[in-house]
Design a protein around this ligand. Structure first.
Ligand SMILES: [Zn+2]
Length: 314
């Protein structure tokens, strides 16, 4: 059903990033399968394999997705095909149809979960005390939290661990594309569970796309590297979206940004600089803002501004 050879040609590090893992320039990452403190998981770009030198888990693109999301082999193939935009079944349209109907995200169920947002104690602390996010931003983006693991209605395996923050991703028309689960417990409590989880059938793209509907040509738009920096930018009064890593930018989505005055505050690291270079190449009007020395991202700067001054002018 899936063209495994095509799947195995995909960059293993792209797959890892798409799952929400932070891959550093030494081709390592924190292992999501044990309580990792230093990056123990190594990627081999020649073989497109990964291996954790601490817990000994290893495998290829499919096993990474399968283990990370807790889904079956077929669901992992489906996830990769959907998220990497491969069309494996070009000559077999009837199969494409069947495939998409078997692994569509359970939107009705997820919308039901998101319908009455509530923030538990950990989510409140994380968003407001630690990150100083404006409550209006949280409300507007429909963030919610769960105290108990959330089972998938279809196959009974868990979508999300708990406690987690649930972060809805919608397209420009408001259709639900994915709901990212972000672990809110400590690393020790995680006992190897991944920090980020997505329901099967997720389509990951830009975050807070709906803001584009409120803007007109020539308006300012700030680009963040993830939802939490995006919340900080919104709290600071900027219209902002978040994009995935440089390698995962979709041209179709970037096209939607062409008319705006783009501002970027890249993270103080290699992926941040890489993403800025890519955005600047696609959208030459992009204005660069550098972070102060020693500050790793916009979210940290926003936190510092709030904590040192107590009050920030908007
Ligand atoms: Zn490990």
């Amino acid at each position: 059903m899936y063209d495994l050879e095509e799947i195995k040609k995909i960059e293993i590090e792209d797959v890892a990033r798409k799952l929400g893992m932070k891959v550093d320039k030494g081709h390592t990452a924190l292992c999501p399968f044990h309580a990792d403190i230093v990056p123990s998981l190594h990627f081999n770009k020649d073989k497109q394999h990964w291996k954790c030198y601490a817990c000994s888990k290893k495998g290829d693109q499919i096993t990474l997705v399968k283990e990370y999301l807790g889904i079956s082999f077929n669901a992992a193939c489906e996830w990769i095909v959907t998220n990497e935009g491969i069309d494996c079944c070009e000559q077999k349209p009837e199969k494409t149809q069947r495939r998409s109907s078997t692994c569509e995200m359970d939107c009705d169920y997820l919308e039901w979960i998101l319908e009455k947002p509530r923030l538990n104690e950990k989510a409140t602390r994380f968003l407001f005390e630690e990150r100083h996010i404006d409550p209006k931003v949280v409300e507007c983006l429909g963030l919610t939290s769960i105290d108990n693991p959330l089972p998938c209605r279809r196959d009974g395996c868990n979508f999300y661990d708990a406690p987690s923050l649930l972060i809805p991703y919608r397209d420009i028309d408001g259709r639900l594309m994915s709901v990212q689960g972000r672990w809110l417990g400590s690393r020790e409590e995680a006992e190897g569970r991944p920090r980020f989880r997505y329901p099967p059938g997720s389509k990951l793209g830009m975050y807070n796309m709906q803001v584009l509907r409120q803007l007109k040509d020539g308006d300012e738009l700030w680009i963040a590297e993830g939802p939490s920096d995006c919340w900080a930018m919104l709290s600071a009064g900027h219209a902002a979206i978040a994009v995935p890593s440089a390698t995962l930018l979709m041209e179709r989505e970037v096209e939607l940004l062409r008319g705006f005055q783009i501002h970027m505050v890249p993270d103080n690291d290699a992926p941040g600089r890489q993403l800025f270079a890519k955005i600047k190449e696609l959208l030459p009007q992009t204005v660069l803002h550098e972070l102060p020395e020693g500050v790793k991202d916009f979210g940290e700067m926003w936190k510092g501004m709030n904590e040192s001054q107590g009050l920030v002018q908007k």
